[in-house]
Unconditional design. Sequence first.
Lengths: 352, 379
Amino acid sequence: VKILFLADRRTNAGSIQAVASYVRAGDELGHTIALYGRPDPHYPGVRCSTDLDAFDHVMFICEYGVGWMSGLRMSGIFSKVPRGQRAILDADGMYNPIICIDGYDRNHANENDRSRWRQHCDAVTDKILQPTLEPIDPAVRPLPFYAYDPTLHVDPKRAPPKRFDIMHVGHNWWRWREISNQVLPALERIRGGLDGVCFLGLWWDMVPAGAREQHLELAFGFDTDWFRRLGIEVRPPVPFTQVAVAMSEGRLNIMTQRPLFRHLKILTAKYFEIFCADTIPLVMLEQDHAESVYGPAGRELALDGDIAGKLLDALYRPKKYRELVEEVRHHLAAHQSYGVRVADLVAALQAS
Amino acid sequence: MKMLFVSRLDRAARAVRAITQYVALAKRKGHEAAVFGEPRADFPSVPHSRDIGRYDFVIFVVYDAWDFPDLPHLARLLDAVPRERRVIIDCIGSYNETVKVEHDANHMEKLNGHQAWEWIDGFEAVADKILQPTLTPLRKDVVPFLFFGYDPSLVKRTCSSPQEAAKAWSGQAGLLKQYGVVYVGHNWQRWSQMRRFLEAIEPLDRWLRPICLKGWAWDRRPDWAVEHDFGGVDVDPDFLNRVGAEIGEGIPYDEVVSLQSQARFCPVIHRPLFNRLGLVTNRTFETFCSDTVPVLLLPKAFVETIHGPDALLLAAGDDIPGKLTDMMRRPEVYWDAILKTRAHLAAHHSYEQRFEELMAILDGRDMAYTTPLRAAVSM
C-alpha cells in the first residue's frame, strides 16, 4: 500500500518523528510511505513526494491549526486525489465538541471556531481518525498512530554526559498550569539536592508574536523569575533527530501533557520517544492510563501523587527505575511498535 | 457574460479598487459580476454570491495563498466549475520560479510555507488560464493582462491647462494643501525606497512638510517580523519622527484619491519584486487621479511604456532633491506632463479598456488585445 502523509512540516514540533518512523517501518513491511513535499535535508530519513497520483491513500495530519492546508495547496490535492482516498488524523482532538478543562485548556475558543474546523475536515473527507482509543465522537475512528521506535534508542555508551538531574523536553503550550501547580512546587522542595534542571523547548521564556491577538496568552504562561530562583536552565528546541539525544542529558525526564490531551487520552509522539532516550522517564499520567500504554511497569513510572518524593526516589534508586524502564521498553516493542501501527493504519485507511 | 471574482476583499488593501471597478463596469455593460461570498455591509454596492453555478467564469485574484477560499467553499468551487472556466489573476507573479529582490520575493516560504513548485502546481490545478499584470511575463504560458487601470471619472480636479492646474496646486487660488507629501500604502517591502525618498527631501524646503504616511506598519516593525528576523517590513520610527512624518493606519480605497489630493507631492513606489517583473498595481494609475504631483520612483523604461513618454519628466531618477526642487520651481512644466499622462492613461489604460481585454481573454481572443502593448514593450 502507498500512503502519503500531509502535515505542517516543522523540524522541531508536530509529528515529524512519527512520519520518519512510519517511512522506515513501512519499508520493512513492503509499504511505501512518504511525506508530501520536495526532499529536504532538514528531514533526514523522511521520504518525500509531490506525486499525488502515485499513492493509494493520502492522510492529513492535523494539529491545532489547519492554516497550512491552504486553498493553494488543497486545490492541487482535490484535483488529483478522490475523496474516498483521503483521511484526516485529528491529532489534537479538534473535531470534538468544545471541551474546556477547568476553564483553562480547550480545543476551541468558541462554537464558531469549532464549526469552521469541522466544516474544513468534512470538506476533505469523511474518515476522521484520532490518536486515542476512546474517541468521544461516534464519527471518529480510533487510531493510536504514535508508537515506539527502538531504532531511535540512544546507546548509553554513546549518550552525552548527564548535565542535568531533571529535564523537561517539550514546548510550552497549555502546560503552565500543570508545571506551576505541580512540577515547580515539587522542584522547590527538593532543589537543594538536585544537580541541574533544564526545560528544553519553545516559549518557556516568551510569548510568541501573535498570541495576544489570538487571545492565546493563557496557553503560554511562564515565570522567568521563578525559573531563575530555581536555577532552571531554558534551552531552545532541537530538531526531531536530536530529541532522544537531548533527553539523554538528563538523569530523569518528566513528560507532561496538556490537560485536554490527558482528558481525551490522546497519545503523542512524546509518550514513546522519551523511552528511546538514555534516561529515566517519569510521566505525568494517571496510573491506570500509564499502565494501559506502557504495561504494568508503567504504573511505577507515573508521576501521580507525590511528585517530589518520586523524583528523589528515582534519582536515589536509579537501578530500580532502569529495570522498570527496560520492562516498559519490552512491552512497547511487543505491543506499541510502528510495525503494529502501520498495519493498523493500513486497515483504517482501507476500511470503508 | 457572468463573472465571479474570488478574492479577499479588504477596503484598505490589494485589488479592492480594481474589483469594484469591474463589478460596476459589468453592470453598466449588460454583463454580471459578483464577488464570491456572503453579502457584506461594508460593500453595499458590490454583489456577493455563493451561487457558483450561475456564473460563466470564476476569476481568482491572488496575492497570497489565503486568497483561495477556505474549505469547504474551495471544494464546492472546484467541484462546480470546470477548470477551463477558471482563471487566475496572479497579482504578484507567484506563478514563476522564485524571484528574490532584496528582502522581497514572489514566494515567502517563511510566511506561508509554500515553495515555488507548490505555487506552480497549485495554479495549474486551479485554472486553465493564468494572467499576470505585467507586459513582460517570464513564462510563456502566462497571459499578460494589466488588470489594474485608470478611471478618469475619479480625477479630483479637472483643469483645462497646466497653468490653471499649477496655480491651484501652488495655493495661488486660495486653497492651500494640508500636506507636503502623502503616501498611502502599506509598509510591505517599501521601506528602503521610502527611506531613500524621505532622506532626499529632508534638507529641502518646508513646502514639502508635513509628511503623512498612511498604511500598515509604518509605526513599528511587527513583533512577528522581529521574532522571525523577517526583512521587508523594516521601519525607523526615530527617523520618521525626526522628519516629522505623521503616521496613520491604512484608509479605505474610496478615500485615497481625496487624501492624496491634500498633498503637493505623492511618491509612487512599487515593491522591488514588482519593479523586477514589471508588475503594475492599482497605485500605478490611481495617483494620477489625485490633485497632486506624482513623483514616480519607478524604472524609467516602465514609466515610458505604461505611463507614456510625457511621464518620464515625473520620474525622479537618481536625483530626487533636484527633481523636487525643479517641480517646485517650474510647476507648470510638470503639470503639463501630468495632464498629458492622464490623457495617455485614459486612452490606453482605462478600466473600460481593461474590461474589454478581460472579456477577450475569457472568450479566447486574448492576443488581439495584448499584442499592441507587448509590441510597445519590445520597442
